[in-house]
Write a new protein. Structure first.
Length: 91
């Protein structure tokens, strides 16, 4: 998992039944004040938008077999250029 997280072109989706990758990511990103959310949190989409806008790390925990389709562009890094700004479409 560590190599995939470090070397991946896309944002990784880790299958982590023992929680080792979860702990490692939290420890690694603690100096950058990682935000930890779940799909069940009511404000996770707003927090995700803020994390992307400000460049802060965010970890979404307890993802089951299905992900929220709204984050698919984030997982696939589907960005586009608008003027001189790099954009991503959410939702």
């Amino acid at each position: 998992n560590g190599i995939v997280v470090d070397q991946s072109r896309r944002w990784p989706l880790c299958i982590d039944p023992q929680g080792q990758a979860n702990k490692w990511i939290k420890k690694m990103e603690a100096p950058q004040k990682i935000m930890v959310k779940k799909f069940t949190d009511g404000d996770y989409m707003r927090r995700l938008e803020g994390a992307i806008s400000y460049g802060t790390p965010m970890l979404i925990e307890n993802i089951l077999e299905d992900t929220d389709p709204a984050i698919e562009p984030v997982l696939l890094k589907q960005t586009y250029q608008k003027g001189s700004t790099l954009m991503i479409k959410l939702g």
